[in-house]
Design a binder for this molecule. Structure first.
Ligand code: PRP
Ligand code: MN
Ligand code: MG
Length: 179
């Protein structure tokens, strides 16, 4: 698996240090407000787990899975809920936890859904941001790293469901996805 990686962009240590920083920020920001952290499956589950361990205030987690309709229709902006939250978000201070923001379509859909359910507040923390690919005008409240428009995998990010278990983030060798 490691041989499929051309270049490591962020080491495990760099990621862990950044996740701790983000945990500190959220802990300060939400002190006394019992935030509900919403993990966007599947990509965000590893970031969520590490982030949550670095949050030092009372807080809760829930999980949501979404997918784009069809194969290559991501740009259509049509997203479908595969698994919904277990708890109502009305009146809650929601923090959406994403691994990466690309076009912004997944996130803009989610924000829309949670707004209609009358969350008290909605913010977004994303470990990685690819602003070069944005089609929706959307910025995370907090982000870990801004990354170039390369094919990155690891730390939750997949290619055809593989590589999520790499503890670092790297660029996939082109021969892996062009064959
Ligand atoms: C990836 C990633 C984000 C989304 C970002 O998820 O984890 O959720 O795409 O892309 P966008 O900004 O263009 O919407 P994906 O749909 O691959 O599902 P996964 O999390 O299960 O891998
Ligand atoms: Mn995802
Ligand atoms: Mg994916």
């Amino acid at each position: 698996m490691r041989n499929d990686i051309e270049e490591v962009l962020y080491t495990e240590e760099e990621i862990q240090a950044k996740v701790k920083e983000l945990g500190d920020i959220i802990s300060k920001e939400y002190e006394g407000r019992n935030p509900l952290l919403v993990c966007v499956l599947k990509g965000a589950f590893i970031f969520m787990a590490d982030l949550f361990k670095n949050i030092t205030i009372h807080s809760e987690v829930d999980f949501m899975a979404v997918s784009s309709y069809g194969a290559s229709t991501k740009s259509s902006g049509v997203v479908k809920i595969i698994k919904d939250l277990d708890v109502p978000v009305e009146g809650r201070n929601v923090v959406i936890v994403e691994d990466i923001i690309d076009s912004g379509l997944t996130l803009s859909y989610l924000i829309d859904v949670l707004e209609r359910r009358n969350a008290n507040s909605i913010s977004v923390v994303a470990l990685f941001d690819k602003p070069g690919r944005r089609t929706v005008d959307l910025e995370p409240d907090w982000k870990g790293f801004t990354i170039p428009d390369a094919f990155v995998v690891g730390y939750g990010l997949d290619y055809a469901e593989k590589y999520r278990n790499l503890p670092f983030v790297g660029v996939l060798k082109p021969e892996i996805y062009t064959t």
